[in-house]
Design a protein around this ligand. Structure first.
Ligand SMILES: [Zn+2]
Length: 267
């Protein structure tokens, strides 16, 4: 089995920073992962009860999302456990749900709570491209990007309050910050884009995760081209949280040879 080569991106050493074992980068982390996973599980269930969830047993789109997600989760689980790094997935209880919505979007909360909106599927077109998107979202979660953003939000907007204190004292605001941190459209309508560095990491590891699961990572290039062209004058929700530009395309080309080392086509 090939090893993921950790790219040491700009390592900023700050108090409250922890080394992320997936990305090899020091990140601001004031929030306990298990606390965040608990909040995610609650928010996920609320989201599912507020939206129309499709049943994979009688809907082929939902079946595809569930199958693709399970393939990726199995591949990642096997890889990290073989590497002796199974703790990366501690507390993960994967769920892959498809909701009936015109919105072009997808996300993954900490703990492996994934949602794909049916509006995304005309853009992905193929199961491999869907795997690229899901791999990208899962990479955001494993790289703890949402944790990083939630930590920053707690510092900037709530004076560095602990998450448990924030939840009990300002539940509404804490929930808004949480949804914003994980790229989920919230009632306030604020969509916070992932940073360039977070996007680059999610692309790099997302390609590898899709490839490990037997999906051709090269599908990422035409997929991101279709995404950039989608929506015409009004760009899709997905682009407001995952802005795309020439840098992304160059990075995808750059990361492709490494991702291809992990690729064995599904039978
Ligand atoms: Zn992203």
């Amino acid at each position: 089995m090939k090893k993921i080569i950790f790219l040491m991106l700009a390592a900023v050493f700050l108090a409250g920073c922890v080394l992320n074992v997936v990305t090899g980068r020091k990140q601001l982390s004031l929030v306990n992962e298990s606390e965040l996973q608990l909040m995610a599980a609650n928010q996920y269930n609320t989201f599912l009860s507020d939206n129309k969830v499709l049943n994979p047993r009688n809907n082929k789109d939902a079946a595809m999302v569930s199958r693709t997600g399970t393939n990726i989760a199995d591949a990642i689980g096997e890889y990290y456990s073989n590497e002796g790094q199974g703790s990366i997935l501690e507390g993960y209880k994967w769920e892959f749900n498809t909701i009936d919505s015109k919105e072009v979007n997808a996300w993954c909360m900490p703990g492996g709570k994934v949602v794909v909106y049916t509006g995304l599927l005309p853009v992905t077109q193929t199961e491999a491209a869907l795997a690229i998107v899901m791999g990208h979202e899962i990479a955001h979660a494993l790289a703890k990007h949402g944790n990083e953003r939630m930590s920053q939000a707690l510092v900037q907007q709530m004076g560095g309050m602990a998450l448990s204190v924030a939840i009990s004292q300002q539940p509404q605001k804490t929930q808004e910050l949480f949804l914003m941190s994980f790229g989920i459209g919230s009632t306030i309508g604020a969509m916070l884009p992932w940073s360039r560095q977070q996007e680059t990491e999610a692309d790099q590891y997302g390609l590898i995760f899709a490839a490990m699961a037997g999906y051709d990572p090269r599908e990422a290039i035409p997929f991101w081209q279709r995404m950039s062209e989608a929506g015409g004058g009004s760009p899709p929700e997905f682009l407001s949280t995952h802005p795309s530009d020439d840098t992304r395309m160059k990075n995808l080309e750059k990361f492709m040879p490494e991702a291809l080392k992990f690729y064995t086509p599904r039978k």
